[in-house]
Design a protein around this ligand. Structure first.
Ligand code: FCB
Length: 456
């Protein structure tokens, strides 16, 4: 393990934002309360065989009721900012029918955050599409992008006085490919052509939503979060060079190019030709998608080592290991991969302003009792992950990358999608039987870095 660096805020540029991130469906619970309607994740999780151990988002971290305690935890950690998502099915259960009780929840949360001096960063769409919109066609249907823009307009009207930082969509790659091609995520469709349409409509939704936000709040900072991964050939072998190009094309450039260059990459369009002719891309779409963002949100977890292509068939790249250690998700731990990724974005995409909007790792944590009767979670692997990836951020900044902040995934252990509650990413441990929260050693390390003092 590298030396214990960084050791404090002074190791980062002035104003560098340190935060934590969550998403509504993963933490809130209270799925049937106050007028919320089902999302695709409610329906998907209810289907046998979709989620490990048949778990659901029913209670999750009970954050809907415990939000004030959770904000107090964040304050104890000393974070500057909190990235969370607004639940579309709570706020706008049906087109044209805002839900005051759902809106009131976020009013309470925002008031609590602002009183604690924590800057809210809101994601509009972190995968919880109202089920009624899936029934009407879901993201493969163009109409969904327009419904998303209406929801964005409502959120801007109701919360724009208190939210100055917005992310439109989270990880359109995962949402489209894992949701509609491999079917491992909601809505669980296995239809590659639909997935390609979904990918475009998510990006179109981003562009339309950004236009609504900007019209209402010209000073707002608006971006989105992409899941990005450096792709490398297994054992560096030349025979996999084309696989690297193809997988990089699908995972990264299919989203980066329309966003930051206003066009789809020609080689990826050619790769996709047998799946989709992209006839769903209408005139004017790419101008909307490619309108300037204030920042690019980078969700980075791991590199991708490939031996094969991507299509047809599954949405998973044919991958193999490189021998690096892996976290419990099976993901290779590679802090330098983050530096390489950030430098590549800087070089290939004209120096965008970047925030790392998610980064973290899952480990099988256990709570032990301390001699004084307290609780402790010793998670040296997560601490090392956090520390080395923050060091990777410093390396990128030193190389000239315009990186302005870092959000650890996640504040809390939570509902990790198809894995249910088994995968624990939190800086704070959650006992899902009692809802007791325990700041892990990694959380204490983060708090110390930030100059706070997390409670035991
Ligand atoms: C990302 C998701 C986030 C979380 C992490 C581990 O793909 O955006 O919700 O599940 O992975």
């Amino acid at each position: 393990m590298p030396a214990l660096a960084p050791s404090g805020r002074a190791d980062f540029p002035d104003g560098f934002v340190f935060g934590v991130a969550t998403a509504a469906f993963q933490i809130e619970g209270a799925l049937d309360e106050d007028g919320r309607v089902p999302s695709i994740w409610d329906t998907f999780a209810a289907r046998p065989g979709t989620i490990e151990r048949g778990e659901t988002g029913k209670t999750a971290c009970d954050h809907y009721h415990r939000y004030a305690d959770d904000v107090a935890l964040m304050a104890a950690l000393g974070v500057d900012a909190y990235r969370f998502s607004l639940a579309w099915p709570r706020i706008l259960p049906e087109p044209g029918r805002p839900n005051p009780a759902g809106i009131a929840f976020y009013d309470r949360l925002l008031d609590e955050l602002l009183a604690a001096g924590i800057t809210p960063w809101a994601t509009l769409y972190h995968w919880d599409l109202p089920e009624s919109l899936e029934a009407a066609g879901g993201w493969p249907a163009r109409e969904t992008a327009y419904r998303f823009a209406e929801y964005a307009a409502l959120a801007a009207d109701r919360f724009g006085d208190r939210i100055g930082h917005w992310l439109t969509v989270n990880e359109p790659f995962v949402s489209s490919m894992v949701g509609y091609a491999s079917g491992v995520h909601a809505p669980g469709r296995v239809d590659p052509a639909a997935a390609v349409r979904a990918a475009h409509h998510l990006m179109l939704g981003h562009g339309l939503a950004m236009r609504e936000l900007r019209a209402r709040h010209p000073d707002a900072q608006v971006g989105l979060a992409l899941s990005l991964t450096p792709v490398e050939a297994f054992e560096g072998r030349a025979e996999f060079t084309d696989a690297v190009r193809r997988v990089d094309g699908m995972c990264n450039r299919l989203f980066l190019d329309p966003l930051l260059r206003g066009s789809y990459p020609g080689d990826v369009v050619a790769d996709l030709a047998h799946v989709s002719d992209l006839a769903h891309v209408a005139d004017g779409d790419l101008a909307l998608v490619g309108a300037p963002v204030d920042f690019l949100g980078v969700n980075y977890y791991h590199p991708t080592v490939v031996t094969g292509g991507f299509w047809p068939g599954s949405a998973e790249a044919a991958t193999s290991g490189s021998g690096r250690p892996r976290c419990e998700m099976g993901w290779e731990v590679d802090p330098d991969g983050l530096t390489r990724l950030l430098r590549r974005l800087h070089e290939d995409y004209d120096s965008p302003t970047i925030y790392v909007t998610e980064n973290g790792s899952a480990w099988p944590d256990t709570v032990t009792e301390t001699p004084d009767g307290g609780r402790r979670v010793a998670d040296p692997e997560r601490t090392a992950y956090l520390q080395t990836h923050l060091q990777a951020c410093r390396d990128a900044i030193a190389a000239g990358v315009d990186l302005r902040g870092y959000f650890a995934w996640s504040l809390l252990d939570n509902f990790e999608w198809a894995f249910g509650y088994r995968m624990r990413f939190g800086l704070v441990h959650v006992d899902f039987g009692t809802q007791v929260r325990t700041v892990k050693d990694s959380g204490r390390w983060y708090a110390a870095l930030l100059g706070a003092g997390a409670r035991p």
